[in-house]
Every structure is written in C-alpha cells, then in structure tokens.
Ligand binder design. Structure first.
Ligand code: GLN
Length: 476
C-alpha cells in the first residue's frame, strides 16, 4: 500500500482501526516530499522535526480530533508560530510568525500535523506562482507548466501527494484556479466562514482562507475543522461546515432535485478548446443524469475583472504600507533618513508585480481619482451582487469553468499582466459577491484537465459541497 495515495478520510479510518500509525503516515509523506519537491518547488520551509515529534506523541494517544494525525501544508501567508511567514517575498524572507493564526489554532486543537509552509505568488498577487521570490512552482502534472496561483504551492503539494491536505487563501480565485490547474479540489467558503486573523491581508473585503484536497470529502473535512467565528476577526461569522457523511448516490439523488444555472455570457465567451469541451461535456453529463440545466444572465460579469482589480489593488496598497522596514522583516540600514529608509527597503524588498499593484492602488485612491475608479468599482460590485441574487432566485447553483484557459508554460504570460488578469474572470465575481464556490476536476484520471466551478449563494456552503460531491460521483 502506498500511504501517500490515500485520501485524508481513508488515512483517518486506518489510524482509527490501528492499521497505520501516525508516525508511519507522517514519515511517508515527508519522504515523498524529499524525493520529489526539488523538481516542483512547492515548499518554502519545513518543520520535519516538529512534525515527527508530534506524530510520535500522537502514536501514544487514542485518536481524537477531526484531523488526528493528518499531515497538512500551509500557504506561506498564514502565521504558524515559530515558522517563517515570508509571503514568498524578500521583504519577509526572514520574518518568523510570533503567533498562530486562528485557523492554525483549530488545526492544532484537532490534532493535525503541520509539515511546512507552501510557496505562493508574492503577497498572493498572481495567478501562476511565477512572482514568488523563491522561484516558480512547477505543475506536478507537467513540470514545464504553471500550477496556477497564487496558492500554487498548496495545490501542487496536494496534487503530488506530498500532503493530503493544505490551506491557501482565495482573494480572486487563488485556491480554485490552482486546484483546477493541478487537478485537485479547491474550496472557497463564503466570505467570513474562516477567520482572517493571523493571515497577511491582501484585500480585506475579498480574502478568504480556503482549502485543498484530492477529493470533495477531504476539503469538507479540513474546512469543517477551521470554520469558526472568531472574536479577533469582526468580519468572521458562524457558518459551520459539515463533514460529508452521505454517499455519492445520496448526493446525486439530491442534485437531481436542483436547478443548475449556466450563464449565457460564459457560454458565449471565448475559451481554450479543452475548456470549452470540458464545460459542454459537464453540462451534458448533468443533463443526461436528469439534472435540470437553466440558462441564466449574469449581465454585469463583463465588469468583474476591472471591479476586482480596482478594489483589490486599492486595499492591497493600503495593507502593504505596514511593510516599511520598521515593523517587520527587511530594513535598509544604509539609509540616511527615515524617508530614504522606507524607500530603499520597499524598493529592495518588493518584487515587480507587488510594486505595480501598490502604484496602481495608490493612484486610484488619490484624491481626484477616487471617484472615477474606487467609487465606481463599489457601484459595480453592488451590480454584480444583485446579478447573483437574481440568479439564485432561479437556480440552486451556477456552473462555470474555473478558468477560461489551460495551464500555460512557465514564462509565457508573465510579461502580459492584462492577459493574466483576464484569466480570472470566472473566479473573481465570487469574491466580489462573497459567495462560496468550489473547483472540482472534470476527469476521473489524475491528468491536466479543466476544473469545473460550482457557485452557491452566500452561506450555502453545505449545499455547495453536496452538489460538488454529486458531480465528483458522476465524473467517477
Ligand atoms: N489571480 C488573482 C490576482 O492576481 C487572484 C489572487 C488571489 O486570489 N490571491 O489577484
């Protein structure tokens, strides 16, 4: 038996009936990671010693906790006490977190085992994992290609079975899109479901801690462990996520009672051929299984990318002002004045994409531009929210491809930011409206494929998971 091929829920069963010891499992994943990660580059740092020590101590205990003995990787913008929290940047290259993020506290309470921190686009800005200060992550299914981003390391590590579970953050698609590119499952819960406390903010009104696994049952498992209201994040709310205890058949029966919306705008859109085919095939698969498909309008979808990039860059430029050489990380000691120190530290510490976004965000927030850009983006945000509200009066869920394009070769799009931004058009609307969404592979085999994204209304996460599980069951 290859332990690393097992899903988290299978590992849990084997620990419970004493077929496997926690330390055997931990060692198996660590050894696999040591073997293969030099080609993938999904980790930025490890805590093998801590993980093995914890595994040994759990060997002595009766299983308790949702994540008992399960190896987990954490995106490098989520604070884990005593481990680096680099955001894949030079400015935080040597910064160590001094406390656990709320979601990490829950992982520890549930007896999960943190193996290491995962590579990402710098400060979560990007969709290909090429903006990392520690070099690009390679797609484990085709090393020449990008794994998607910004949580590319989290997706690649799960897809290549270096960990069965990982955490990422999804501000505009950074979990769903890399899950699609790496052929695993990525779940973005409704805004507020998981506390943002201890997570380095990119864009406060869009950010959401999100999860990766190799099937829907596993993302439900890890999300159920970390989704709690937290008094330290006033935007967090009580939206408990249930573990999946029903069968594929139960879920499929349920799906047949629902209406699945397909937006006319998405049907008409230009996409890569593989994406187009996978989308049409998925619609047919649902239809042939007796699911009602309804064409819907998302008429303001065309504004989504512009709206997202204005709001995200505005909030990011403000958030990143805290990295000034004084409070955290890098400092230029040669500067002769405070202002020069700020300038030199930031010039040296941030990569080109981060600088581009700080400049853009600062510009659109400036006094005479604020009304033209930021205020209008907020209006467009309301239009999109209303489009979704209207749509969810007619359908239970909306199906779109996670990305209009397939994973491309490393280096091909990095100098064309507009092209990269436009590839986010099916994921960003969800963050703008605060809805929940999930990306599920559209093939049974573990190969490059176009992930399918199901979207549900705000706080309908458990319904979404059941729909996604049904789809996974139909694909299988
Ligand atoms: N690709 C998007 C961006 O570059 C998404 C980022 C994210 O979700 N963190 O902003």
């Amino acid at each position: 038996m290859d332990i690393t091929n097992l899903k988290a829920w299978q590992l849990k069963e084997k620990i419970a009936n004493k077929e496997l010891k926690v330390s055997e499992i931990t060692e198996a994943f660590i050894n696999r990671s040591k073997d293969i990660d030099k080609d993938i580059n999904s980790f930025t740092s490890h805590d093998y010693e801590g993980a093995l020590a914890k595994a040994k101590s759990l060997d002595e205990k009766e299983p308790s906790g949702k994540l008992f003995g399960l190896p987990i990787g954490i995106k490098d913008n989520i604070s884990v006490k005593g481990m680096k929290n680099t955001c894949a940047s030079k400015i935080l290259e040597n910064y160590e977190a001094v406390f656990d993020a709320n979601c990490i506290e829950h992982i520890n309470e549930e007896n999960g085992i943190i193996i290491g921190k995962l590579n990402m686009d710098q400060f979560a800005m990007g969709g290909s994992n090429e903006t990392s200060y520690f070099g690009p992550v390679h797609n484990p299914l085709d090393l020449k290609r990008v794994p998607g981003g910004s949580s590319g390391g989290s997706a690649a590590a799960v897809s290549s079975r270096q960990v069965p579970l990982s955490l990422g953050t999804d501000t505009g698609g950074s979990v769903r899109q890399p899950a699609s590119y790496c052929a695993c499952v990525g779940f973005k819960p409704s805004y507020g479901t998981v506390s943002r406390n201890g997570v380095v903010s990119l864009s406060n009104t869009l950010d959401q801690v999100s999860t990766f696994a190799n099937d829907v049952k596993d993302v439900a498992l890890i999300t159920s462990a970390i989704a709690h209201k937290d008094h330290r994040d006033l935007t967090s709310l009580s939206n408990p996520i249930d573990e999946i205890t029903y069968t594929y058949d139960d879920a499929i029966k349920y799906l047949k009672t629902l209406k699945v919306g397909v937006p006319k705008e998405v049907l008409a859109d230009e996409k890569d051929d593989e994406v187009e085919k996978a989308y049409r095939d998925s619609i047919d698969l649902l239809k042939n299984n007796g699911v009602e498909i309804v064409e819907i309008d998302l008429k303001d979808l065309k504004y989504a990318v512009a709206t997202y990039y204005i709001i995200m860059n505005a909030e990011a430029s403000s958030n990143l002002s805290r990295f000034d050489g004084v409070k955290y990380g890098l400092r230029d000691f040669d500067a002769e004045s405070l202002e020069e120190m700020y300038i030199k530290t930031r010039a040296e510490g941030f990569g080109p994409e981060v600088k581009r976004r700080i400049l853009f965000g600062t510009y659109i927030l400036s006094q005479d531009k604020d009304r033209d850009y930021f205020q209008n983006a907020l209006k467009a945000r309301t239009l999109l929210i209303n489009d979704f509200k209207q749509a969810f009066k007619m359908v239970d869920t909306i199906l779109v491809p996670t990305s209009p394009i397939m994973p491309f070769e490393i280096g091909t799009n990095i100098n064309d930011p507009i092209k990269m931004y436009n590839a986010d058009k099916y994921t960003v609307p969800v963050n703008i409206a605060g809805n929940c969404a999930i990306s599920v592979p559209s093939t049974k085999e573990h190969i490059l494929n176009s992930g399918m994204e199901f979207i549900c209304d705000n706080l309908e996460d458990n319904k979404l998971l059941k729909i996604a599980y049904a789809y996974e069951g139909l694909v299988k």
